[in-house]
Design a protein around this ligand. Structure first.
Ligand code: FES
Length: 212
């Protein structure tokens, strides 16, 4: 899709735990549009990961923890996307409050399904539940809450006939009931492999936790 028609598809980004810490961020790319979701003073918000001053990419890493600060001239943005820290503003940029508001970051959309966080480029469009379908949305929400402990690696080759598998959005889901949930997020269209993510989550209590 072109910039004239913002992409309305939702893509899985991470779990809410990945964005729980102050200043935690996770990035992705949809087509040519870099996106970032970040915890800013307790608010988890999503923007285009592009500075509105000279269009530098703000966060170059796939994930991390740090202020929403452009590396080029050091502008720092708040949870509304407004630049609030501008080094040398009185001499170099001379932006008053209205000028800074006009240079707010372009918002993106963020939605949750249980503990799973999805983002998209467009600010308008079908809801995440509408895209996934009500039944699948409800099931993913329940599964994400039921499998809440991070686990060790389970490779795709280890997912055998004992696992249920299904796919939605950019997610490949593998479920071993009562034991583990494997979420493999494929990079959205246009994104490279560094935006692929795989998470293993264990049931709150598995059969292996019970004494023999
Ligand atoms: S390009 Fe981002 S602050 Fe100048």
């Amino acid at each position: 899709m072109t910039e004239a028609v913002p992409d309305t598809r939702w893509f899985y980004l991470c779990t809410k735990d990945d964005l729980a810490a102050p200043n935690a961020f996770v990035t992705t790319r949809v087509g040519a549009v870099p996106l970032v979701a970040q915890n800013l003073k307790g608010r988890v918000v999503a923007f285009r990961n592009v500075c509105t001053h000279r269009f530098a990419v703000i966060h170059g890493e796939a994930s991390g923890c740090g202020p929403l600060r452009c590396p080029y001239h050091g502008w720092t943005f708040d949870a509304d996307g407004v630049p609030v820290g501008l080094p040398f503003n009185p001499t170099d940029f001379q932006l008053d409050a209205e000028g800074r508001r006009r240079l707010a970051l372009n918002p993106a959309s963020l939605a949750r399904c249980g503990r799973l966080v999805f983002v998209r480029v467009a600010t308008e469009g079908p809801t995440l539940e509408e895209q996934l379908g009500r039944g699948l949305f409800a099931r993913l929400a329940v599964l994400s809450e039921a499998f809440s402990r991070s686990g060790g690696p389970v490779e795709a080759g280890d997912v055998d006939e004992g696992w249920e598998r299904f796919e939605t959005a950019n997610l490949r889901v593998a479920l071993r009931p009562g034991h583990a949930l494997r979420l493999e997020a494929l990079p959205p269209p246009g994104a490279d492999e560094r935006f692929a993510r795989t998470g293993i989550f264990l049931a709150a209590h598995t059969d292996m936790d019970r004494p023999a």
